[in-house]
Design a binder for this molecule. Structure first.
Ligand SMILES: [Zn+2]
Length: 104
């Protein structure tokens, strides 16, 4: 790996299908409707990264494809922590559980 490129994706980039976001797993760009938004929320045992199914929870969100493969990629490179600007890693089990249920 030759180091990470600083990709400053334009937040206002839009296509006829709607706004485009970058998947934190595979880093491919897709329309928001194809992606799952995740936010910092709370689980039973404290703060955690949770799916934002309606995409309306205020605050910083991150986007990834609705697949376990992209979750695994994001998880392995700690992309949740970085994308959500967390000081420490948080549990992402709720996201994984949802994607496993979708990935049939
Ligand atoms: Zn992806």
């Amino acid at each position: 790996m030759a180091g990470e490129r600083q990709l400053h994706a334009c937040a206002d980039a839009a296509t006829p299908q709607g706004p485009v976001r970058t998947c934190i797993g595979c880093r491919k760009r897709a329309t928001k409707s194809e992606l799952l938004r995740v936010v910092v929320g709370s689980a039973d045992d404290g703060p955690a990264v949770v799916p934002d199914l309606r995409g309306t929870t205020p605050g910083r969100g991150a986007y990834l494809h609705r697949t376990v493969a992209c979750y695994e990629l994001a998880h392995r490179r700690r992309a949740f922590t970085r994308a959500l600007r967390l000081d420490q890693g948080l549990a992402t089990d709720a996201v994984r559980a949802l994607l496993e249920s979708l990935d049939t």
